[in-house]
Design a protein around this ligand. Structure first.
Ligand code: GDP
Ligand code: MG
Length: 436
């Protein structure tokens, strides 16, 4: 639903030369809805939309394939910037280094503790998990299980009581056991709670972590802003782990948290297994929020291969209704430069589904190209002169067969007919057909 809305918005700017205020307004209105639908906080949306407006109004449509894609690109870049640009790593200098996890109950702290330990272990560190969630005995057990799963030390001396001494003692215990990173798991409640905040703040004070990481469930939606702000004020943190990104959340929480706290999102938790954990990629998140698949990749390819003059030429040919086999060949070459056809079409929003059953075969395109190349310029402009003798020569020259040549000539005649009637209709309505 999201991408189709965006498509509608972008249809409005398709085929125009400059982004005027009205067009930008109409598009931004839809972008605004798209972001809200992705659960980005409304105040955050407002800021982003304002920045986009300033950037886009009056912008010249330069080398882009069309203005619509230029808008998508600007939106995507803005989101990426808002999400923090480059992905940020961990700054671990303490001996042992200390990482503390904080967040609501069920946000994924205990799971992330195991995942972080696994990741750090793979980088040659020796982590120790520390059980400071003493709300329920099961919480301690869960941490022990995770430690075992990833094969690291665990410090869990008690299952109830005050977690602050446990956190404090863990530093010395880590040194004794030859561990160089301590990962402190803490308790959470279902809602922001003063007592919980106080306890987490006391643990932070006691162990002075190198990194305090706030864990937040990507599915939390609009609440993300309030929860993040409460933890920033009540406990404080240096970075964010966004969990449950394997779900169908669009991930607007990421944008909200980053915008409101200014803290980088460092990791994405993407499943229940200990290896389902990765560095956060703002670029991927931006396109996820927009729900646009690999649309950015498509745009970059288009920009690199499809110059403005080429687009102009194709459009002129279409408008004049004189679409020749030469134009056909040129179009095909442009498409080919953009890479395998099937993959390319699959990248376009809304196209993937429609084309699932259509077989766009690159080899087929190559044969068509060979046929057209074997024609003389006159034959390309006037296919009606293609008699049997000429067709035989072309088939031989292109390494194809006469039936194949016949098929192409017939298909081309169909396309030409469609083009003619489309340009006639466009002429009557005083508008241009979209795209090429
Ligand atoms: P905590 O209360 O903050 O410690 O949260 P837990 O680590 O216990 O996680 C709560 C639930 O979410 C557990 O059932 C986890 O298996 C699950 N969980 C945590 N992270 C992820 C994730 O990235 N993806 C999925 N699908 N489930 C997760
Ligand atoms: Mg837990």
């Amino acid at each position: 639903a999201l991408s189709s809305k965006l498509e509608i918005a972008l249809d409005r700017v398709r085929g125009r030369g400059r982004l005027d205020a009205a067009t930008v307004d109409a598009t931004l209105k839809e972008i605004r809805l798209a972001l809200l639908e992705a659960d980005v906080n409304f105040k955050v949306v407002k800021g982003i939309v304002e920045r986009l407006r300033e950037r886009l109004v009056g912008e010249e449509v330069a080398k882009a394939l069309n203005p619509a894609q230029q808008v998508v690109k600007a939106v995507s870049q803005e989101l990426e910037r808002a999400l923090g640009g480059e992905s940020a790593g961990l700054a671990l200098t303490g001996k042992p280094a200390v990482i503390m996890l904080a967040g609501l109950q069920g946000s994924g702290k205990t799971t992330a503790a195991g995942k972080l330990a696994k990741l750090l272990k793979s980088k040659g560190r020796h982590p120790m998990l520390v059980a400071c969630d003493l709300q329920r005995p099961a919480a301690v057990q869960q941490l022990k299980v995770n430690a075992e799963r990833v094969g690291v030390h665990v410090y869990a001396p008690v299952t109830a009581g005050d977690p602050v001494p446990v956190a404090r003692e863990s530093i010395a215990k880590a040194r004794e056991s030859g561990c160089d990173v301590v990962i402190v798991d803490t308790a959470g409640r279902l809602h922001v709670d003063e007592e919980l905040m106080g306890q987490a703040a006391a643990i932070r004070e006691a162990v002075q972590p190198d990194e305090t990481l706030f864990v937040i469930d990507a599915m939390i939606g609009q609440e993300a802003v309030n929860v993040a702000r409460a933890f920033l004020d009540g406990v404080g943190f240096d970075g964010v782990i966004l969990s449950k990104l394997d779900g169908d959340a669009r991930g607007g929480a990421a944008l909200s948290v980053r915008e409101v706290t200014g803290k980088p999102i460092k990791f994405a938790s993407i499943g229940e297994k200990m290896e389902d954990f990765e560095a956060f990629h703002p670029d991927r998140m931006a396109s996820r929020i927009l729900g646009m698949g690999d649309v950015m990749t498509l745009i970059e390819k288009a920009e690199a291969t499809y110059s403005e003059e080429e687009a102009q030429k194709a459009e002129t040919a279409l408008m004049s209704g004189e679409f020749t086999l030469e134009d056909f060949l040129e179009q095909m070459q442009m498409l080919k430069r953009m890479g395998p056809l099937q993959g390319l079409l699959g990248m376009m929003p809304g196209m993937g589904k429609q084309l699932k059953d259509v077989d766009v075969d690159d080899k087929q395109v190559a044969r068509v190209e060979a046929i057209i190349r074997s024609m003389t310029p006159k034959e390309r402009r006037e296919p009606k002169i293609l008699n049997g003798r000429r067709r035989k020569r072309i088939a031989a020259g292109s390494g194809t067969t006469v039936p194949e040549v016949n098929r192409l000539v017939k298909q081309f005649a169909e396309v030409q007919k469609i083009m003619k009637s489309a340009s006639k209709m466009a002429g009557m309505q005083g508008t241009k057909p979209k795209g090429v």
